[in-house]
Design a binder for this molecule. Structure first.
Ligand SMILES: [Zn+2]
Length: 195
């Protein structure tokens, strides 16, 4: 967790964070000024520029039983297929149609919970340069949201955070990112620029 945060810090220029750690500890230390959202595995507060986790956000244990998660995956993929079929023809439809559509880009496995830290850092990156991201995400919900994840389709902010997970997972996942947003991530990434 700390390693991925340090990597992101060194690759992307961002305002230093005020606090990072256990959500409950931060809530207590700030005298309740930062509230810990009960159902969130992790959170980022743009106002305080702080990041916190709860136990779920740090655990490698799957949230759901194997059977429940298989059932959910099947119905989600079916709903995804019918939504994508109604999209206008174009690159977003073509790409979304090839995606295994999950609740979040990473739900379990070796990239979890590292992906949670990446997701929250995606919010941080976004809130550090709002105007540039507004520009890059324009039209995000015209089909590109279905190339990312169900959570990433909820709103503009989650779209950026989930797309950043795809970006940090590696180049083999970059085809799923809205091109203008991918270009912005690359422009901000020192690692990419120096190659
Ligand atoms: Zn989020």
């Amino acid at each position: 967790m700390i390693r991925i945060l340090a990597e992101i810090e060194s690759r992307f220029e961002m305002k230093p964070m005020q606090a990072v750690g256990s959500g409950f500890t931060i809530a207590k230390r700030t005298g309740g000024r930062i509230k810990h959202p009960r159902n969130a595995a992790a959170w980022y507060s743009p106002h305080f520029n702080a990041m916190g986790w709860n136990k779920v956000g740090l655990s490698t244990e799957p949230w759901m039983s194997a059977e429940a998660s298989a059932r959910t995956a099947t119905s989600r993929q079916a709903a995804h297929g019918s939504r994508v079929s109604r999209l206008p023809d174009g690159p977003a439809k073509e790409i979304a149609g090839r995606v295994e559509y999950k609740w979040t880009v990473v739900e379990a496995g070796p990239d979890y919970p590292r992906s949670v830290a990446i997701h929250e850092s995606g919010h941080r990156l976004d809130f550090n340069d709002r105007a540039a991201f507004d520009e890059a995400v324009r039209g995000w919900n015209s089909g590109w949201q279905y190339a990312v994840s169900e959570y990433g389709s909820k709103n503009r902010n989650e779209f950026v955070a989930e797309s950043f997970v795809l970006y940090m997972l590696g180049e083999e996942h970059h085809w799923r990112i809205k091109p203008e947003l991918l270009a912005l991530f690359k422009r901000k990434d020192r690692f990419n620029a120096s190659r």
